[in-house]
Design a protein around this ligand. Sequence first.
Ligand code: ATP
Length: 235
Amino acid sequence: MLEVRDLIVDYDKTEVVRGISFEIKKGEIVSLIGANGAGKTTTLRTLTGLKRARSGSVLLEGQAIQGLPAHRIAGLGLAHVPEGRGIFPFMTVPENLEMGGYLNRDKASFRRNLETVFERFPVLRRRQHQLAGSMSGGEQQMLAIGRALMGNPKLLVLDEPSLGLSPVMCQEIVRVLTELRAAGRTIILVEQNARMALRLADRAYVLDRGRIVLQGRGRDLLDNPNVRTAYLGLA
Ligand code: ATP
């Protein structure tokens, strides 16, 4: 579905993504893990058009999308849930969800998508009259994911969904992502929580200072001695 080739991204001529290539197949959860500053967020921002690559290509179902503006890439089916969620705190839950469905001008399918999101996240239905900013961190993360789903995206791009959440809420996120995969969604996930990311992932890539240093099935990487010492804090 998505193919990234020889991607190089820099800030002020300092390369932070230094020639990475990877792919995401339809229906997979692919995780990117790595230390702080490895280039994970920058990679996601480049996929969704928020940052321009110096060179390399990003192909969505064979179509080159690198260099297109972010709204065009969103329209082609990449939905970005940014680190920090990016919800609108002074809007209600349905108003926030509407912002994610803005590409969908047909009222009937908008309502259908809204109902699907409420079914997947019952807490959002219960909180629908509340301002988003007054919800818990976990609920806000559900809202951010729900909003991304409103556009019925081909690829869900998730940056640190578990950041700042309690262990119970992290389990909720794991449950939601597992359900989304079972429903046929394709997901790329960046996580500081490497254990969670590798458990969820069909396949994963380990980034170190802008380069992919390891790749494999999530469960194989969980057993990899280098991954265990460097990223899972296990001897
Ligand atoms: P984290 O988990 O800390 O977000 P990351 O793997 O997502 O780490 P990035 O956020 O992609 O890493 O950052 C990669 C490098 O690029 C870091 O050295 C960071 O300081 C630098 N960087 C990120 N954003 C900018 C920016 N807007 N301007 C300049 N440098 C930046």
